[in-house]
Unconditional design. Sequence first.
Length: 319
Amino acid sequence: MELREGVPRKTPRRMHLERQDVRAHGRIFSHDLFNIGLARSDASAAALKAAGADVLSGTLDDLDILRHGAASADGVIHLAFKHELSLTGDMVGAAAADLRAVETMGDALAGTGKPFVVTSGLLALAGLGRIGTEADTREAGPRIDSENAAVALTKRGVRSSVVRLAPTVHSNLDRHGFIPSLIAMARHHGVSPYVGDGTNRWPAVHTLDAAHLFRLALESAPAGSRLHAAADQGVAFRDIAAVIGRHLDLPLVSVSSEQAPAHFGGLSSFVAVDILASSARTQELVGWRPEHPGLIADLEQGHYFQSLVSALRTISASR
């Protein structure tokens, strides 16, 4: 039993950190759980409230707030990351902030046996030359250090697990991910580009399927497990660019690696990466079954491009 504002509660308390697709969090939250989420902005706070959660205001740099929130929770899902900092080229700084947050919350949970779900990325498996699995690990690197620190917490009495997100988490809730960025860049340059022959592949997952996996990880992931949020094992980048070009009525073009920065900006180091990832072990461990459209089918629904048209109309009307 917990006390909150002097009122005893028998329902468990969860802490949920802010993410740009926070509106999908309703899929993680449950009516039989008391949820609390960390929000760094008024918009995120409003989205958390709409999803049925209470709000703890703060950022990844507010370590005392993170420590207190984790210590008072029955379980933690860590979703936040300084994506805006990484896109400026400071991936090392963004990853260092993430590691500090993981270590701080891990210290607060040590010896409790409580679940702690940490977010990592499948981009860490780039360059394997084969399908990556949940058993694949790296010794060190940005975000990898946080992943390894989370798994190491199992030795300190925490039921920690890691969800490796596909680089493309897509749906009509996606406003700031890779796909909206690629669409905006294509429109700006008047072409829909890909690098080389465009056969490099990206794993993908629907936002709501990813949200469901986080919920399952919190509830039942074995200590120390690494889980893959990948419904599509790998979608050829040329196929992604082709759909974007068709919906925007722009030509599909190949660019060289030297030309990529001019077209893709801060994403140029990612767009030629080739990754294949399996989620077979994840599905076996926690019973995850992706049920929403794959990336190409989702793009073909057109909502990404309808959102763009609406945004442009809003801008024009404000002039």
